[in-house]
Design a protein around this ligand. Structure first.
Ligand SMILES: [Zn+2]
Length: 159
């Protein structure tokens, strides 16, 4: 156990996660083995994003299901193994999602990820059309059932 994790545990924060909402306590535990270099990458990325590794992996999986085939992340590299697995998950998830956007999907966006769009989108802030292949921002959403929320680069930089 690293010093930081030990400190977090001593401080009563369990594995560094904030207390979960009641609904989240029913979550299932999923365990997987990863190569050492991937583990290191995940830890570094989680530190950068100031989330736990568990939360990071959960976010990645949620994003995969949310975005399915319409996003190519240009900044985050989790390694070929995760990419391949994520692609397989996305492929198997295709056709399962066709829900209309909830009215307040933007309310649960906690960060913007710069992406290259793989399908046309519309900036939720200014209404600008975003063509396939264009640079844009996608909202990372804490609601796993929320559809992707897009922003153009200038709106994504706004507070
Ligand atoms: Zn915009």
């Amino acid at each position: 156990m690293t010093t930081k994790r030990a400190a977090a545990k001593a401080a009563g924060k369990g594995r560094g996660r904030k207390p979960m909402a009641d609904a989240e306590r029913k979550d299932k535990l999923v365990q997987t083995r990863v190569p050492g270099d991937l583990d290191e990458t995940l830890r570094e990325e989680a530190k950068k994003k100031r989330v736990s590794v568990s939360q990071l992996i959960r976010n990645v999986l949620e994003d995969t299901f949310d975005l399915v085939d319409n996003v190519v992340a240009e900044t985050v590299s989790f390694g070929q193994t995760v990419k391949r697995d994520a692609r397989r998950i996305a492929e198997s998830a295709q056709g399962l999602r066709s829900s209309p956007p909830p009215v307040h999907a933007i309310d649960t966006v906690y960060a913007w990820q710069r992406v290259i769009l793989n399908r046309p989108g519309v900036c939720e802030n200014c209404g600008k059309s975003l063509a396939k292949g264009a640079d844009g921002m996608v909202g990372l959403n804490e609601d796993p059932s929320a559809p992707p929320v897009w922003r153009c680069l200038s709106c994504g930089a706004q507070r």
